[in-house]
Structure formats: C-alpha cells, structure tokens
Ligand binder design. Structure first.
Ligand code: NAD
Length: 391
C-alpha cells in the first residue's frame, strides 16, 4: 500500500516501515561514528522501542557492544494496517545487532503485568544469565495494577489553580490560549501510580528474586523538570508529582542495591519530540522556540546524542556527576541561563503570525513526522510498499 501519515490530535496513527527503519539506521550510524566505550555488557531496556529507551538501547549495543533485551508494547502490522513505529524500530535494531554478533531479543506485552516481568526474567536468564544494566523508560497514560483489577489513568493537569497559557496546533501553526482546570486528589494519586516509581520498583524486585541482576547492577529511569513556562502544568502539576515519586524511588533502590556495589539513578533529560511529549499541552510551542535557540547556540541534541553523552560522560564515567538530589542532569544545556532567557523573552511575543520567524515549527513538525518514518528525503512516499519490513 501507499502509506501517508494519519495525524489526529497530535498523534500519528500509523508509521512508514522503510522510514522507521532508516530512522533507526541513522541513530546506529551516529553511535558507530563516535568513540566506543567501556559500558554495560548485558542490558534490559523496559520501554525499548521508541524515544529515550530506544536511544539507550542503541548506545548500549553499538557504543559498548552490549547484548540487549527490550520490553515494549507495540502493534504488529497486518496486511491492511501498518505496525506502530516501535514495532519497526525493534525489528531493525535487532536485525542490525544480530548482524554484529550481539544478542538482541524482545518481548511485546504489558510491562506493568506480573506475567511480562516473569517471562522477561526467564528469557534474560536463558539468553544472557544476568544483566548489569536495567533502563526503565516507560511512558504510558494508563497502568493496570497487577495485584487488583484497578486501572490507573494519568492526567496532565496543574495542581491548585487553573493554568492558562499559549499553546500551538503544530499542524496549522495556530497559537491560542488554553486553560486547564486543576486536578483533584484522585487524579494526582492516579498519575503518580502510573508514572511514578511503583512499577520500576516491582521490576527490580522481580528481577532480583529471579536472580538475573549482577551484584553491581546499575538501574536508571528518566525524568524531566523543564522551564518556567511549563512549570505550572509540568513540574508543579500532576506529572511533576509522579516524577518526584520516581526520583525518590531511585534513592530507595540505590540504598537497596549499594550493598552489593549496585546503583540506581534518575537522569533528568532534555525535552524532545517523542510520542509522549507531543501530547503535553504547551510543550510543542516551547520546543519550537527551544530548538531554534539551541541550534543557533550549537547546543541542540536529539535522543541519540543525549543518550550517548549520558552514557559516556556520566553513567559510565569514573564518577557520575549528580545534583543535590542525586540526579544526573542531561537537561544542563536546555536549562542554561542564556537559553532560558531567550525563551522567556520570546514567549510573550510569539503568535500565529510570527511563529515561523521566532521559532522553528518546521523542525518540530519534521521531527514529529520522522518519529513515525515520514518526512524523510530518502524515502519514496508514493511507492506501493508492504507493511512488513523486508530485512
Ligand atoms: P516514548 O513514548 O517514546 O516511549 C515509551 C516506551 O514505553 C515505548 O517503548 C513503549 O512501547 C513503551 N510502553 C508504553 N506502555 C507500555 C506498556 N504498558 N508495556 C510495555 N511497554 C510500554 O516515551 P519517551 O518520551 O522516550 O519517554 C521515556 C521516559 O523519558 C519517560 O519517563 C519520560 O517522562 C522521560 N522523558 C521524556 C522526555 C521527552 O521530552 N520526551 C524528556 C525527559 C524525560
């Protein structure tokens, strides 16, 4: 079939197999062009198919020569419908890693369930024995509690007061004011149950009980803080509560693992276009401004550059530099004073007429399309292709 992007409410409902394959090959080429490093040997990535998890897996495999096992929740293609981009990313990455003689396998299923945890532990044991790095990079709007029938749903809302700010429709470039009503206690609680540290802790317990963690295992999860313009809805909002919970879980896990020489970290990463961030109000407009400023200052990074820098200059350096709360700060360039001063100066001025002059909406939209394998110059989007990859 001929595959064109189907976009609804800032979400792309399909993916282009060849474009997704090329996106992963580009990330692999980037890492292969950088110096290799002494890093992990056997890695489990939970949330491995897109965004920061995918980039972490590529850096571990192609930068440090690690065997990798990935857990993700993606749709397989059928004759009439494409798979999701993460499906094609997994296929491509595993094909390329195996060609280099590395172990690269995965499970497609609900990472929040006990069953997927048990199956992962079993497969990891038979394939690699033990893992010395566990990356936790899930982003999901819902989580079914494995011990009850409760399904928790996360919301992106401010706490305490209504949040009113500019927001953009990235497809039309139209900027308007949006207001979001504050969350109630139940919504805050449910968001923490989905995106906080509960499930990360359950994973580490399950893997430890199954004896598939090395004594000196490292585990890392990803967080975000962000700028003043998104503070009320992000860091001071419901998701910020969940991130604070995740960060506290890192401290708790670190205490538990350090007796054997292990460690647990949270890395605060830069805001980037991923499936998860595209649906956060205000974020697309912030990113359109931020990207232009960071590119002008030669500070711009994508997921793969961020993760390569995180692994080489922090996680696998002699002693990772952390902030006062023990967090690795990969948002150091995003939050540079000179960058944020410019964001703050542009924010009140930006409108539908001047967005293309003050910001780089085109780059935002290009990155968004590329996430799904669209918008590349080297793919013929008029060609009739199969929904399966031919590797
Ligand atoms: P993403 O949407 O690109 O990736 C999410 C991954 O989770 C995918 O592999 C998906 O398959 C998997 N997943 C979701 N639900 C699942 C389930 N039930 N079972 C198994 N797998 C499941 O997200 P991302 O933006 O890379 O975010 C990853 C982490 O990084 C999140 O904690 C996020 O908050 C954090 N982070 C993101 C940004 C950003 O700007 N995107 C910035 C800083 C930190």
């Amino acid at each position: 079939m001929v595959i064109k992007p189907m976009i609804r409410s800032n979400m792309c409902m399909n993916a282009h197999p060849e474009g997704c394959e090329k996106e992963v090959l580009d990330q692999i080429s980037y890492v292969s062009s950088q110096p290799s490093f002494q890093g992990p040997k056997n890695v489990l990535v939970i949330g491995a198919s897109t965004g920061y998890g995918l980039a972490s897996r590529i850096v571990a495999a192609f930068g440090a020569g690690a065997n990798t096992f990935g857990v993700s929740f993606e749709r397989e293609p059928s004759a009439k419908r494409t798979g999701t981009m993460g499906y094609y990313s997994n296929e491509t990455l595993e094909h390329e890693a195996k060609a280099k003689g590395l172990i690269a396998e995965s499970i497609n299923g609900d990472a929040f369930s006990h069953e997927v945890k048990a199956e992962t532990a079993e497969k990891v044991k038979s394939l690699m024995g033990k893992v010395d790095l566990v990356v936790y990079s899930l982003a999901s709007p819902v989580r079914k509690d494995p011990d009850s029938d409760t399904t928790f749903r996360s919301v992106l809302k401010p706490i305490g007061q209504t949040y009113t700010a500019k927001s953009i429709n990235p497809q039309t470039g139209e900027i308007s004011e949006t207001s979001i009503e504050p969350a109630n206690e139940d919504e805050i609680e449910q968001t923490v149950r989905v995106m906080g540290g509960d499930d990360w802790k359950l994973w580490i317990e399950a893997l430890k009980n199954a004896d598939v963690l090395t004594d000196d295992v490292t585990t890392i999860a990803y967080s975000y803080i962000g700028p003043d313009v998104t503070k009320a809805v992000y860091r001071d909002g419901t998701i910020g509560q969940a991130k604070a919970h995740l960060e506290n879980t890192a401290l708790e896990l670190n205490d538990r693992l350090k007796t054997g020489g292990g460690r647990a970290y949270v890395s605060v990463n830069k805001a980037l276009v991923t499936r998860a961030s595209a649906v956060i109000p205000v974020v697309p407009l912030y990113l359109a401004l931020l990207f232009k400023i960071m590119k002008e200052k030669n500070l711009h990074e994508g997921c793969i550059e961020q993760m390569y820098r995180m692994f080489t200059s922090r996680l696998y350096s002699n002693s990772p530099e952390t902030d006062e709360k023990g967090r690795i700060r990969m948002d150091d360039w995003e939050l540079k004073q000179e960058v944020q001063d410019e964001v703050n100066a542009l924010w009140p001025r930006v409108n539908s007429d001047n967005i293309n002059e003050l910001g780089d909406l085109e780059a935002y939209n290009r990155d968004f399309l590329k996430l799904h394998g669209f918008g590349r110059d080297d793919v013929d989007y008029e060609a009739d292709i199969d929904t399966q990859l031919r590797l």
